[in-house]
Structures are given as C-alpha cells and as structure tokens.
Design a protein. Structure first.
Length: 489
C-alpha cells in the first residue's frame, strides 16, 4: 500500500461500441451492440444507450435483440480497436515505464515510477490531462481511477464511469470498501459469493469483521487469507510492465453443430493456421499443441500433444491437432473448436522440415487429404467464419463477405459501412468519422464490382501532437485547444 494515490487505472468507456459511434455519425446517441451476430453469438460491448434496455457484455445476442430490437448490431472491427488501443497505450507509456495492459481498453500505470505524480494534487492533475489527451487523440472517453493500490484504483475507475475521474485517498480504503458487495473484490465470483452469502457475509465489511481464520475455514488457506487482506484494504501487488504469455490459442463457436467429420477436420486445420499466425506475430514458438472440443451437449474435452521441440511451423501444428482430433468422438455434433499452443519459447526447432516429416510418418497422414478449407475466388478461406462453403446460397456468402458494420469503398460514392446484407444485396451507408450529419444509404448487388472491402478510417484524422507530453501542454495541429478541452472533471 502506498501513502500517495500514484497507481492509475484507465478503463475506456464502452470501448468497441464507442469506437463504432465515433466512426459512424448516424449511430451517435443511439443504442449500439457489438458482438457475434449468429444464433450463438454473445455481446462483446453495448453502448450506454443500449445498456438502458438491460443489454450488457457476455449476454447472448438473441436475448439482447429481444431487449433492444431497434439497436444497431455490428460485427467487431478489431483492426480499428487495436489501432485506437495502440494510441491510448502510447499515451500511457509517456507517463511511466510501468504500464500493465489488461486488455485493449484497460491498463494500470505506476505514476510514481514515471516521476509524473507523487501526491494527491499531482495525481489528479495527470489523470485529468490523460483524459483530455485520450479524447483529443482518439475522440473517445475513458474513466480514470487513482489510489494507493491496484485493487482500489480499479474500483475507483468503475465508480467514475462514464467519462469521469475518481480518487480514493490512501488511509480510507477500509471505510470505502465496507458497504460494497463481496463481489467487488477480485477473485470473488458467483459461486464464492453464494458460499459466503450462506455463511451470512454479503458485504466487504462482513468479510473484514469475520476474521482471517473464519475465511480460511470457509475458502481454504490461500484464498481465505488473500480475501481477508483485500477486505481490510490491503493490496500490495505491483504494476507489472510485461506479462509473459503462457499460451496462444484461437477458437470458434459455430452457428449450427458440425456433424461432418471432414468439415470438423477442416475447421481444426484452419484454426491451427490462425493460431500459428498469432504465434509468429508474437515472435514465439511452442512445444505443446492443445485441442479443445465442445460437443452438442456442452461437454468440453481438451487433448494435448507435446512435440520434440518448440515450433511455429503451421504444418506441424495442423498435423498434431489432427492427430488429437482422431481421439475425440464427435458423433453427436460439435458446437465449438479451439486450437492452442503452450510451452512458449523465443526460438524454434532447428530441423522443422524433419520434424514435420516425422510427424506425418508417425500419424500415417498423406501430404494433402483434401480436408483443407476451401478458398473463394479472392483466395480467402471460404469457411473463415465457421459458416458454409462458397457453394451455398447467395444469402450466406452475403453475410460472410459483408459483415454488418465493416468498412467498404465504392468507386463512385466513396467510403462507407455495411448496414446489412442478404438475398444477394448489401446495404451501405456512406459516411466518415468527421461528418456532422448521417450519410446517405445505397443498396448494391453483393457482387457489384465497384464495391470492395476497405480499411477503417482514423477516428481523428489529424490529432494534436502529444510527443512532448506530459512535460508541456500539447498544441493542436488544427488550432489551439483542440477536442477534449471541456472533458468532464
């Protein structure tokens, strides 16, 4: 615990949905839901307008549609979200060398380590400046929490939402936590909370008053002791600048259960290729291949195989995953598949070709058994979204080629985004982030040669220069002040 509130927690407000509203003038101030749009999709983020209808993250998309039938439902655009996240993390990196990202839109910062704050006044000032900088550079809002520990800083940022800043003075932690429900504390999920409720403990103060011995009796030594310390306001976890990834994995949930064994094999190989792409993107290799299969009855099986050495060869990972699949009964149907690699290393097996050949020989697999994912005319995987192949009806490729919310470019009308597609048609609204009014809407054939997929446009085309921040106040390239000057304190 620190004597000054120099640990900062930033949490962007409804990040994915806010980014979509900033990019699409016609959606500003309206309910927006981002997530998987299939029958088994779940909500990733809902705008605050959608939350008023009861929509929230991790909710089944079908339930969200019942609660907010008139909301805009969009497929995530992770290219845009990562770009904005990089901008935010770059600003955080200017405050301290100790930045601990928790996700694309959330991070801890040790202000003391960066020399940017050492007391309440300086911490509040840097928190306000950070919020202004984020709004100016990205056009989005973030909530900031400041405290003497990570746990309290995160609680403070949650209390500050949306678009605010909250500071919890060191020394007031116990009193601040006392009336809060037990689930406020890290590590207390629904099952633990229910167990504590049956023991008569519903608030954090109940936990603190119960004593460490009673919590150890109820929850075990490690969990009980840690929970009592947190309930008493103690949290000495440091801000860790780099988290060493223990695994890399990808998985897909299918709109309909897969029964065709050849199709299941093809999906496993496709996932293996995606997993290796992420592995290589991180500059890593791995020694153990893991297969995850969730069957029609929701039973989940995992199988793993450890290779002779670390690898980032897609052929090796594909074949290992295929061998693991052979040991799994998929007769009743498969609703989810996943492929991962663990035992990560910074180097690869030197003789990759020999290893791949050895794996094929051991499994008695041919070089190409025809189970590879099919590709469409553009060379893209036809089943990349877990949907049917290209020889299906026109409606299915329309949904796959033109995901709702994604960017397009028309030779005549310019940049726009997909409002919806089906029955061989795609409807596009032509507007850009900087527009002040909603754009016009046009409908085209899905195979219109003048229409193509495009990259997202920046939310703020010409952001102010923060290269010298926080040493000096930034100056906007387009004029003094810039956006965000009036952000809420």
């Amino acid at each position: 615990m620190r004597a000054a509130p120099t640990i900062l927690h930033l949490d962007m407000d409804a990040f994915y949905a806010s980014a979509e509203q900033a990019a699409k003038p016609s959606l500003r101030g309206k309910p927006v839901v981002v997530g998987g749009l299939g029958p088994r999709g779940v909500v990733a983020t809902a705008s605050y307008e959608a939350r008023r209808f009861g929509v929230h993250s991790a909710m089944p998309m079908a339930q969200a549609r019942r609660l907010a039938p008139n909301a805009a439902y969009l497929v995530p655009r992770f290219t845009l979200y990562r770009t904005v996240s990089d901008q935010v993390m770059e600003l955080l990196g200017r405050l301290s060398p100790l930045v601990e990202p928790l996700s694309l839109d959330e991070a801890f910062v040790d202000l003391e380590a960066g020399g940017t704050a050492d007391d309440t006044a300086s911490a509040l000032e840097i928190g306000r400046e950070l919020r202004e900088a984020i709004r100016a550079v990205t056009g989005l809002s973030g909530s900031v929490g400041l405290a003497g520990s990570k746990m309290l800083a995160k609680i403070a940022s949650e209390e500050a939402k949306p678009d605010g800043i909250r500071l919890i003075e060191p020394g007031t932690e116990r009193a601040h936590l006392a009336p809060m429900p037990v689930r406020t504390l890290p590590g207390v999920g629904p099952a633990t909370a229910d167990h504590l409720r049956r023991a008569g403990m519903t608030t954090v103060d109940d936990l603190a008053e119960a004593g460490e011995a009673e919590l150890v009796r109820l929850l075990g030594k490690a969990h009980g002791a840690a929970l009592h310390r947190m309930a008493s306001g103690f949290d000495d976890r440091p801000v860790v600048a780099e988290r060493d990834a223990k695994s890399v994995s990808v998985e897909d949930t299918f709109d309909m259960d897969l029964h065709d064994r050849v199709r299941v094999r093809a999906e496993v190989e496709r996932l293996a290729d995606r997993c290796v792409q992420r592995l290589r993107g991180a500059g890593r290799s791995g020694r153990t291949v893991v297969l995850k299969v969730r069957r029609y009855d929701f039973s989940t099986l995992t199988r793993s195989e450890t290779l002779r050495g670390p690898t980032d060869d897609p052929a090796v990972v594909r074949e290992a995953a295929a061998r693991l699949l052979e040991a799994v009964d998929t007769t009743g149907g498969v609703r989810l598949l996943g492929v991962g690699v663990t035992g990560l290393a910074d180097y690869t097996q030197e003789d990759l070709f020999a290893q791949a050949a050895g794996a094929r020989e051991a499994a008695a697999l041919p070089e190409d058994d025809g189970a590879r994912p099919r590709e469409d005319a553009d060379g893209r995987e036809a089943a990349a979204d877990g949907g049917p192949g290209p020889q299906e009806t026109a409606e299915q490729p329309a949904a796959r080629r033109w995901p709702a919310g994604h960017d397009v470019l028309h030779e005549v009308h310019g940049h726009g985004w997909v409002q919806g597609s089906g029955v061989g048609r795609v409807t596009v609204r032509f507007e850009e982030p900087g527009a002040t009014a909603p754009g016009r809407v046009r409908t085209f054939r899905v195979d219109d040669p003048a229409l193509r997929a495009a990259d997202p446009l920046p939310l703020v085309p010409d952001p102010p220069d923060y290269s010298s921040w926080p040493a000096s106040r930034p100056k906007s390239r387009s004029g003094a002040g810039g956006p965000g000057a009036a952000s809420r304190p």
